[in-house]
Design a protein around this ligand. Sequence first.
Ligand SMILES: [Zn+2]
Length: 244
Amino acid sequence: MAPTQVLYMEERRGQDPDPCYLREFDARVVERGPDFVVLDRTAFYAEGGGQPDDTGFLRWDGGEAKVLRVQKEKGLVRHFVDRIPAADDVHGVVDWERRYAHMRMHTSQHLMSGLMFRIYGARTVGNQIHADRSRIDFQPANFTPADLERIERECNDVVASAADVRIFEEDRAVVENKIEDRALMDLIPRSIRRLRIIQVGEADYCPCGGTHLKNVREIGAVHILGKRSKGKETDRVEYELRTA
Ligand SMILES: [Zn+2]
């Protein structure tokens, strides 16, 4: 079976809206499992890379199912639903409040990770995004309260600058030359030669498959809640976002 066409990963064409902002779409059911369906195309985000999956609805003539969970397996996106659609043509609707919160958090994560590496040489070794609060693990790191205040300020300076977030494809060799973080590149299978890059102003340049804002001003304000040592020179920084 052909891999699911992932609509938010499509390259933006001309004046078309940013694909990460696509909330509704039409699709065809190509596989029915006991509690899931595979569609030929989707705007639903499948859980991965520290970003939770999307929820929402699939609607068809005379029916509706809740999308409870979304997982990607070997290129196929499985939409776990509370009932299997009776029709082959469905209309998908993403729960936008939840997804948009994840986009704000995820773009903030790039911003903070980029600045932490630039200012303190601390690599991001893990992260988990939630709609209300998120965390990033940094290494090597032993941040003081003053360090965290500085990072929060630097993040919010970039937000205030209203920097654009660019998403584009680049050859792996070019990316490897630009990125100092070898460990990150080693996580990406060698077979992948073209990478989807997320560039957040001057603050971050990083391959990523997630959904992101088009401009950092939509973040509002980054508020660091604190840090916790996770041993071995690793600090876990927790943050939330506020409307500026
Ligand atoms: Zn990302």
